[in-house]
Write a protein that binds this ligand. Structure first.
Ligand SMILES: [Zn+2]
Length: 133
């Protein structure tokens, strides 16, 4: 992941999102403005947002919020976010020659249909398992 490229891309996408007419859920727009974070998607129990600094904000259904900079969560937000924002594709790391298909999702990158694979962050492949790779 090119981390230097993340802030300007997410900042621009957030600015465009907030400036565009809102045809979606009003809560999503207000959360995005309040959190200063790009709406990525909504799962069964939580909504995920990505800040230009690379932080993921998770808003649970009960309204509680948590943040993380853990690599697999940031990566999952980027991969998931490409569904809505194709410009995020440039932030997805290139598969190294020695990578193998993810043992959990079999290389699909998705799990139980559409959910991002929790093991590979949606890449569909994994390396030696070293954190931060
Ligand atoms: Zn996987």
């Amino acid at each position: 992941m090119t981390t230097d490229a993340l802030p300007p891309i997410v900042e621009r996408l957030l600015r465009e999102y907030l400036a565009a007419p809102n045809w979606g859920d009003p809560w999503e727009r207000s959360d995005a403005a309040r959190l200063r974070a790009l709406p990525i998607g909504r799962g069964p129990d939580s909504s995920h947002y990505l800040r230009p600094c690379g932080e993921v904000v998770i808003v649970d259904r009960d309204g509680s919020e948590s943040t993380t900079r853990e690599y697999r969560w940031v990566l999952a937000a980027i991969v998931w976010g490409t569904d809505r924002y194709p410009d995020l594709t440039s932030l997805i790391p290139t598969r190294p020659p020695d990578a193998r298909d993810c043992h959990f999702c079999g290389g699909a990158g998705r799990w139980r249909g559409q959910q991002i694979c929790p093991k590979c962050g949606g890449l569909g492949w994994e390396t030696c398992g070293c954190p931060g790779k």
